[in-house]
Design a protein around this ligand. Structure first.
Ligand code: SAM
Length: 384
């Protein structure tokens, strides 16, 4: 329902009240009033529940880079919001659990207010970590404006960030150095950066891909997002691209075939503290199984091409997990995105403990490779 224009102060007082009320879902201020320029191009406000309690998260964007801060409810939030409300934005959009209100400042400096009940099924407010509909990276994050983001992509990013969140400790090293090996168009690289930066971490990220065109494109995206100093790109191979640091966290997401093994081998050599690897296609062990003698009585598993391929996938990732364990990592293998989104949905999650392998672990690995007559690419890489 569109009302007659109302005095601006009255409309902003209503916006302020909603921003400070418990039912707030999200608010965005953007645009500019005639003859004025706000100090930021856009501001977004939403409640977040952090380990330290509920905060109001304010993300402002000065056109070059987004800036995130989390303010405590009460006086701190009120002061920060008053600053924002004093900016000459052209419009405010506020969503609460019961209503949406849109305020547009007219050329005459009055406010045109549009109110609607919140009816559409929308994600629950992005609060507690136990809410099933909570996004770890706000769907309103500037990243999605740059990379584009349909619902499936947002879900994939969210699933990846959940795996990342579950891997890292609460207290992150300062700085946290991250490499994404085989980063492709880097939307997961940027998502990791945006999520970690929003957690308050001081993050340095390098994306590696063999394609120079990806380096150029991704660097331009980093500039648009205002994080070109923190997120850089190298055109080079996973096996020997030169990095400015030895990373704490290694990401290798859907790097083809043995490129995943190259990434794991480098992570082990770097003694990276955390590794997240989502394998892609698996040809190495599949080819070896075709030529090796299948141990009795498992003939049926390799007799049929489709079963042999699927079994090769399982054997490859089992051996990768085993080799990481033998090299001082604790490993979980989890499903990372729902298989409806992609069949490549396995994630190896490893945390370095530095523990030496037990004789049983070594014997299990030796027996498994011996019986199946295979030598995983990763094993060869780790000894070379
Ligand atoms: C399937 S894409 C995955 C991209 C991204 N990680 C993701 O999950 O959206 C695999 C990428 O790895 C790169 N790649 C494959 N083998 C590589 C290697 N040995 N060294 C560097 N990059 C490699 C390819 O150029 C491609 O961009």
């Amino acid at each position: 329902m569109e009302d007659m224009p109302v005095p601006l102060d009255q409309a902003l007082a209503e916006v302020r009240e909603l921003l400070l009320a418990p039912g707030l879902t999200r608010a965005v201020a953007a645009g500019r009033r005639r003859g004025h320029t706000p100090s930021v191009t856009r501001a977004q406000v939403r409640p977040v529940t952090l380990k330290s309690g509920t905060k109001l998260q304010i993300v402002t964007d000065d056109g070059a880079r987004p800036f995130t801060r989390n303010v405590a409810p009460g006086d701190e939030a009120a002061a920060a919001l008053d600053e924002l409300l004093a900016e000459p934005f052209g419009n405010w959009h506020v969503e609460t659990d019961s209503a949406t209100i849109q305020v547009r400042i007219t050329k005459k400096g009055d406010a045109q207010v549009h109110r609607a009940a919140t009816t559409a099924a929308r994600p629950a407010p992005e609060q507690g970590h136990d809410r099933t509909k909570q996004w770890l990276l706000d769907p309103g994050d500037p990243l999605f404006e740059v990379i584009g983001g349909n619902a499936a992509k947002r879900r994939q990013i969210d699933a990846f960030l959940r795996a990342l969140a579950a891997t890292l400790p609460e207290q992150l090293p300062e700085p946290l150095r991250v490499v994404d090996l085989g980063c492709g168009n880097a939307y997961l690289t940027f998502a990791a950066y945006r999520y970690l930066a929003a957690r308050g971490a001081q993050v340095q990220v390098v994306g590696v891909d063999v394609r120079e065109d990806q380096r150029v494109r991704n660097t331009a995206v980093a500039e648009r997002l205002g994080c070109a100093e923190q997120v850089t790109f190298v055109a080079g191979t996973i096996e020997d691209a030169e990095l400015p640091f030895a990373p704490d966290l290694v990401l290798a997401l859907h790097a083809c075939d043995t490129a995943t093994d190259q990434a794991l081998a480098r992570a082990v050599r770097w003694e990276a503290r955390w590794v997240l690897a989502a394998p892609c296609c698996h040809h190495d062990i599949a080819a070896q199984l075709k030529n090796a003698k299948t141990p009795f009585p498992y003939g049926e598993t390799t007799r049929h091409a489709i079963l042999r391929e699927r079994f090769a996938d399982v054997l490859t990732d089992s051996l990768r997990a085993g080799l990481l364990r033998l090299n001082g990592y604790r490993v979980d293998v989890v499903e990372f995105v729902d298989s409806a989104h992609t069949p490549r949905n396995l994630l190896l999650r490893a945390r370095r403990t530095g523990a030496a392998p037990t004789p049983e672990q070594q014997a299990e690995y030796d027996e498994m490779t011996g019986q199946w007559g295979v030598t995983p690419a990763l094993a060869t890489m780790l000894v070379s």
